[in-house]
Write a new protein. Sequence first.
Length: 192
Amino acid sequence: METENKPNLIEENIIVTMNYSLTVDNEVVDSSEDGDPIVFLQGAGQIIPGLEKAINGLKIGDKKHIVVSPEEGYGEYDEESVVEVPKDEFPSDFPLEPGLEITVQSEEEDDEFEDDMMEATIIAVNDETVTLDFNHPLAGKTLNFDVEILDLREASEEEIEHGHVHGESFSFHFDDEDFEELDEEDSSNHKH
Ligand code: ZN
């Protein structure tokens, strides 16, 4: 196991452990402070493009304030993603309240979109119709990130192939004996 040689800096195919907070319109909307830091494979599109680009070259211990424009964040706000649907398409006991985020089953005939679940926010309700906004809640917003790089390691070939990180607990919580047992069973076991 090459656990000693940590990568010097963030580049493609490095597993990054990072603390972050996200501020939008002067309000902290998301933060790893009260939870766990995020762990992701750099270059695999696991985080938004603008953030991924801005952390390239950072080292362990580095802190950075990063401003991400909507086009490199959650996209521009699209008026065409706001749709009115007849109220009677909802179950009569459905709580139709503006601000409520709901999951909508796509009705596209296309196989590609079959069983596609889409997130929407109810933005208006009247006697006949409900107005749904399919934009991401942070669409059109400038994102202010504060990040701190906690750890870096090389990705395994399997992680690079899969495009995501495999269970951190695997290497930390198992001793050699456990590894042998797992190898006999199925070494491809991992969290997704
Ligand atoms: Zn995998």
